[in-house]
Design a protein around this ligand. Structure first.
Ligand code: NAD
Length: 476
């Protein structure tokens, strides 16, 4: 059993109450570790520490703050193997993916250190003589981060790195079921010897310590990634103190497969994305609209890909392609979608069953689905492809846009001008045509419908962690 402490004000500590929570290994269902179960009193300690650290941290020259960020990156690289193993044991991530995620996390700190130099202010022309007006950027203050369990290591880095780079101090709450991953990250950060209080990591249940953080009056901003339902709760908790909230929420991303699509290339990316991390990706495909002329070929190729995957316990075999889902609760939720689709007339082309021990679901392809089925309307967030056949008489754009979400869309066609014309018609925050990629430089997230508010990643995401102060000087 792994046992770790929280990280508050530069020291490792238990919850004031002494309470602890237990996390499980999703490949076996057995206990994996214990972590402090913090409550509002602990959240307050962490927020006070971050608030006390803010003036000195934000006043550091950029180059000085960058030294700390680069040291964090260097420490992550040094611990990548162990971090990846913990991610496999507590989240079920295959080793090769988990190791890549750790390298990606290190790169986020390196990129953020370099990118912070690019944030500058503007001089604003005004008609008044002898007056200088400009806008300068300032850090927002204490940022509370609440992150989800899908890829918690990269989620931690993508939030902490830009916020720290531009001078904020932070309190981060990892998902309770992946507390060890969050606390291991805290141990790695501690090795970089940032001033006490600049980064604090507190573990506990979302409804207890997460809500205390969201409501805390000394927290200036919330950065949240998670479900739209929890997002709405957090917005209501943050409202009384009018906090800035950047929210990366749910999605049910449409995929449009045109008759002229390169099916092999599409499967290589889409099926990989569908089953990688057991389909627990916000940016992954949610529902596939496949033209009738290529439907059978697309289905057969998808099923072939699904059957080729090696499934197993990532801690026992570093070569597995797909591990378990993160929890029994989430496995049951995903199975509920498979069952509801079947009861509404869908067929299982492959998969559809659980594997025990642990919380596995076979890579699943559902065929004969319709746009109105529950599995096509809601976010499944699992290794389940929902294939919907369309014909020339269907209004494809209306189908794609008919959703409570608007995170992203995937388009596959060899007719690039046709694909480009769809960009304006798709009511989503990102459009991927014949590819899918998310690099450090690209912004992610959207304010469309229930998929979120604001941007994360890239320069646009970094800007969210700054406030623009107007300065007006009469120098006559
Ligand atoms: P979740 O909403 O259940 O939990 C997210 C976090 O919120 C966890 O740390 C949890 O402990 C905390 N939390 C729960 N209740 C809370 C409360 N009342 N107050 C404060 N905090 C609370 O989400 P999840 O199941 O961990 O993650 C999956 C969801 O995240 C999916 O909907 C997925 O689409 C979304 N997601 C979105 C993006 C994006 O960029 N848009 C990225 C990854 C995941």
């Amino acid at each position: 059993m792994q046992e770790r402490k929280m990280y508050i004000n530069g020291a490792f500590t238990d919850a004031i109450s002494g309470a602890r929570l237990t996390t499980l290994n999703p490949s076996t269902g057995e206990p994996f570790g214990t972590a402090p179960a913090a409550d509002a009193a602990d959240a307050d300690r962490a927020v006070q520490a971050a608030a006390a650290a803010f003036p000195a941290w934000s006043a550091l020259p950029q180059a000085e703050r960058n030294k700390y960020l680069l040291r964090i990156a260097e420490r992550i690289r040094a611990h990548a193997e162990e971090m990846a193993e913990i991610e496999g044991l507590e989240h079920g991530t295959p080793y090769k993916d988990a190791y890549g995620v750790c390298m990606g996390a290190a790169a986020k700190f390196e990129w953020s250190a370099a990118a912070a130099f690019r944030l500058t202010g503007d001089q604003i022309p005004v008609p008044n003589p002898d007056t200088l007006t400009y806008v300068k950027r300032e850090p927002v203050g204490v940022v509370g981060f609440i992150i989800p369990w899908n890829l918690p290591t990269i989620m931690t880095a993508v939030k902490l790195a830009p916020a720290l780079a531009v001078g904020n101090t932070c309190v981060l709450k990892p998902p309770s079921i992946n507390s060890q991953i969050g606390l291991k990250f805290a141990e790695v950060i501690a090795e970089a010897e940032l001033p006490p209080g600049v980064v604090n990591v507190i573990t506990g249940y979302g409804g207890v310590v997460g809500s205390a953080l969201a409501a805390h009056p000394a927290v200036d901003m919330i950065g949240f990634t998670g479900s739209s339902e929890t997002g709405k709760t957090i917005l209501s908790l943050a409202a009384p103190t009018v906090k800035k909230c950047v929210m990366e929420l749910g999605g049910n991303n449409p995929v449009l497969i045109f008759p002229d699509a390169d099916i092999d290339a599409a499967i290589k990316i889409l099926a990989w994305r569908q089953f990688n991390n057991s389909g627990q990706h916000c940016s992954g495909p949610g529902r596939y609209y496949v033209h009738e002329s290529v439907y059978d070929a697309f289905r057969d190729s998808f099923v072939g890909y699904a059957r080729s995957l090696k499934i197993g316990d990532p801690s026992k075999d570093k070569a597995v392609d797909m591990g378990p889902l993160v929890s029994a609760e989430h496995r049951d939720r995903v199975m509920g979608y498979i069952q509801s689709a079947v009861s509404e007339g869908a067929e299982i082309a492959c998969g559809g069953k659980t594997i025990e021990p642990g919380f596995f679901i076979e890579p699943t392809v559902l065929t004969g689905c319709t746009h109105t089925m529950k599995a096509a309307r809601e976010e499944i967030f699992g290794p389940v492809a929902v294939l919907i056949k369309y014909t020339d008489s269907d209004d494809l754009i209306s189908l794609a846009n008919d959703s409570a979400y608007g995170l992203c869309a995937h388009v596959w066609t060899r007719d690039i001008p046709k694909g480009m014309k769809l960009i304006d018609k798709l009511h989503v925050g990102a459009v991927f045509i014949n590819c899918q990629m998310l690099t450090d430089e690209q912004p992610w997230g959207t304010s469309i419908r229930e998929s979120g508010i604001g941007k994360e990643g890239g320069i646009y995401g970094m800007e969210e962690f700054t406030d623009k102060k107007l300065v007006c000087v009469n120098y006559a």
